[in-house]
Design a protein around this ligand. Structure first.
Ligand code: SDX
Length: 385
């Protein structure tokens, strides 16, 4: 077995063969099962998109209705999960709460009959159905309020918005939110999906797989960037401050949140659609001052970093949409997770269908044949840096 060249971050190294989604980073193409993301965003719904990603094809009317009904039926949480959430600290980050709840779900369904299609179907439905309820419940309970029970008469996106504040969501806002979920559902072998695959390859339960992926998505270089973008726009504060801010970040070699991508070297196609959604919302409910700062930021970054292929990614405009929908900033990444559960489950299913446990190698750079030094002879302090 020859070891191939080491690539930091496994950049450009295939980790699997997959037919779930496709990205062309040079031309800004994203396809789900071969269908362009723009068309799916325009024509589909999140649950139909989840079905496409997970089961590999668009459902018939009957299949879609059955799937929607099954997911709707499983939205509620067991009281033990809610009671567990009552013990979480109010100051805790919702992504940590979500990771704990996703793992806890496995306690109630610990059979691991991955070759049983009914087990797989049940896990897919439960996770898609319950993750939004967990996010909304934590948002209410951390302030000492009772969680809002799901409403069976509302669709997937509308029900989530309802559970956040117990108000009937505006149909346009619910549709825009549903499209945001579509855009965030899947993106080939990103860090959290790779986490899901590695965890899946040990044949553990799907709840542990999703908990593993949630923990990975939380980082600011990945799903956590959407929250960081709003904090950044707030810090910049005005259009006049954009250029000095960017120049300082570049001099200090600090990354600018919401920009750059390992694969896209042009503007992320999802950012284009999200920008359109933001403008639709602004037409309806009024413009957001942060949007003007964001537009100026995009222009200055293109001028200064466009030559490096640094353009807006999916996280740059999503936060502006969620903010206009009245969603708290620290729920932006959990919303990313709600959507990406579809992609993680699709890759879980694909992985266990042709599994080989992940076990990469390394290039060893340490010493050999070292003597064990007795404690009394270890006189100098060990440099821990
Ligand atoms: C997501 O993989 C996916 O598909 C992820 C995702 C998905 O749907 O799952 O698309 C979602 O995670 C989007 C990315 C969200 N993260 C951010 O917005 C954080 C800021 N972005 C960067 O941290 C960065 O762009 C990454 C992490 C996204 C990609 O980093 P890479 O591929 O490892 O790039 P790099 O760090 O090697 O940088 C290459 C060059 C460097 O300059 P040089 O040292 O060569 O001179 O580009 C520069 C970097 O300094 N650069 C940036 C930058 N991103 C890269 N400079 C300023 N600001 C940035 N954001």
């Amino acid at each position: 077995m020859t070891t191939c060249e080491y690539r930091p971050g496994l950049e450009g190294v295939p980790a699997t063969q997959s037919s779930i989604s496709y990205v062309d980073g040079q031309t800004g193409i994203l396809e789900y099962r071969g269908i362009g993301i723009e068309e799916i965003a325009q024509q589909s719904s999140f649950l139909e998109t989840a079905y496409l990603l997970i089961w590999g094809g668009l459902p018939t009317q009957q299949e879609l209705e059955a799937f929607e009904h099954e997911v709707q039926y499983h939205r509620r949480l067991k009281y033990r999960i809610r009671d567990m959430m009552k013990c979480f600290p109010e100051s805790g980050h919702p992504m940590d709460a979500l990771q704990a709840c996703a793992a806890a779900l496995g306690l109630f369904h610990s059979r691991r009959e991955l070759d049983d299609p009914t087990y797989v179907q049940a896990a897919v439905v439960r996770l898609l159905a319950k993750i939004p309820t967990m996010v909304a419940a934590f948002k209410m309970m951390r302030k000492g309020n009772d969680p809002v029970q799901p409403r069976d008469d509302l669709g997937y996106a509308a029900n989530f918005l309802y559970m956040l504040n117990e108000q009937n969501p505006d149909p346009l806002e619910a549709r825009i939110f549903d499209v945001c979920l579509i855009l965030h559902a899947e993106h080939t072998i990103n860090a959290s999906t790779f986490s899901a695959m590695v965890t899946a390859s040990t044949l553990t339960d799907p709840y542990a797989v999703i908990a593993s992926a949630v923990g990975t998505l939380a980082g600011p270089l990945h799903g956590g960037a959407n929250e960081a973008v709003i904090d950044m726009l707030q810090e910049i504060g005005s259009i006049e401050n954009v250029r000095p801010y960017v120049e300082a970040r570049i001099v200090n070699r600090e990354k600018i949140m919401g920009f750059g991508h390992r694969v896209y070297k042009v503007k992320d196609p999802r950012a284009r659609v999200l920008q359109g959604l933001a403008e639709q919302l602004f037409d309806k409910v009024g413009r957001d001052a942060y949007y003007d700062i964001a537009l100026e930021l995009e222009q200055v970054i293109e001028e200064k970093l466009g030559h490096k292929g640094i353009y807006p990614n999916v996280d740059f405009y999503s936060g502006l949409v969620y903010r206009k929908l009245g969603i708290p900033t620290d729920l932006f990444t959990p919303i990313f997770a709600i959507a990406r559960v579809a992609g993680w489950l699709a890759h879980w299913k694909e992985q266990i269908g042709k599994n080989r446990i992940f076990r990469p190698t390394q290039i060893y750079e340490g010493p050999h044949n070292q003597a064990y030094l007795p404690l009394e002879k270890r006189l100098q302090l060990w440099d821990k840096s």
